[in-house]
Design a binder for this molecule. Structure first.
Ligand SMILES: [Zn+2]
Length: 309
């Protein structure tokens, strides 16, 4: 078996990069990671009935006038938990929900958050609606099955779109929204709070949870350099604990190791099926059994068209 990468450079290095290890199982538990910046760390697991879709991170930022929610978890129940969590911290209204990308574990809670007040805005990349539309029935059926629901959940798509950069004002606090070239998906969007140098990276960053390629491997590695260049002192990943600037390193090693192993396989004219069987996942990542083979397939399909000589 060709094992690539060194897992984490060391587990200790990863632990040092974590700014907190909040792993409360409560679906509405939050930590104030910086003044007015609250984060919930979802379980590192696939969605299923017992975790209620609480398998991704979300957070909210409190301004002087209103609150912006960033991602909404993977069920209507997580959306309701978010509103309750906001209410425990502030009486200010929720004026925006910002969705980092359209995967159901980040989007399905929006149905509960939307419409909580007049003037509420739901915001995402300009490419999210098409990406979600192409998979709506798949996502609904999958969520119904995984979460054990009686009916397939409705999917609400944000009505306001960003292409490039945008700013939203929460009163005395401005959040910077930015879309990226194809990386984790073709419609990734990040949220940066300059007042606390906190970056909500969505699934452009996985910590502990195997990264999932649903966009472009080479693009993801290229965008990572730009993401790190933003100078955030604290990054909230889409999955796993909040990290400092070093928290990107393990993912970069996973992705670049995968790229190198697949390139080697292609140079050897190895068929896809054999590459999937022989390119093993490095140690130290959760859920490799679910996602790693899929990543090898995605990388193979992408890289077989590049010039490998
Ligand atoms: Zn995702």
């Amino acid at each position: 078996m060709a094992v690539f990468g060194r897992a984490y450079t060391s587990i200790a290095a990863l632990a040092a990069a974590m700014l907190l290890t909040a792993a409360s199982m409560h679906p509405g538990a939050v930590d104030e990671v910086a003044p007015g910046v609250f984060v919930h760390i979802g379980q590192i697991a696939e969605p299923y009935r017992d975790n209620g879709g609480d398998t991704s991170n979300w957070g909210f930022v409190v301004g002087e006038r209103c609150v912006a929610v960033i991602d909404t978890g993977g069920s209507q129940a997580t959306g309701a938990a978010i509103l309750a969590a906001v209410r425990r911290q502030t009486a200010l209204p929720v004026c925006a929900a910002i969705i980092t990308h359209g995967h159901p574990d980040h989007l399905l809670g929006l149905a509960s958050v939307t419409g909580s007040r007049a003037g509420f805005r739901a915001i995402a990349s300009h490419r999210l609606p098409a990406a979600v539309a192409a998979r709506t029935q798949t996502y609904r059926a999958l969520a119904q099955r995984q979460l054990g629901l009686e009916a397939a959940p409705e999917i609400v798509v944000p009505g306001e779109q960003v292409n490039g950069e945008a700013t939203i004002d929460l009163g005395g606090r401005q959040l910077q929204l930015r879309t990226w070239k194809t990386a984790h998906t073709d419609h990734d969007l990040t949220v940066y709070d300059p007042s606390t140098q906190t970056l909500f990276a969505g699934d452009l960053l996985f910590v502990g949870h195997t990264p999932v390629i649903d966009g472009n491997l080479a693009g993801w590695l290229a965008q990572t350099a730009a993401l790190r260049g933003l100078g955030a002192t604290r990054t909230v990943p889409g999955h796993g604990p909040v990290v400092d600037g070093k928290g990107w390193q393990a993912q970069t090693e996973y992705l670049s190791g995968l790229r190198d192993a697949v390139r080697t396989a292609l140079r050897q004219r190895m068929p896809l099926q054999r590459a999937v069987e022989t390119i093993a996942a490095p140690a130290g990542w959760a859920l490799t059994e679910v996602f790693h083979r899929r990543n090898v397939t995605a990388a193979y399909s992408e890289l077989e068209w590049e010039d490998t000589d």
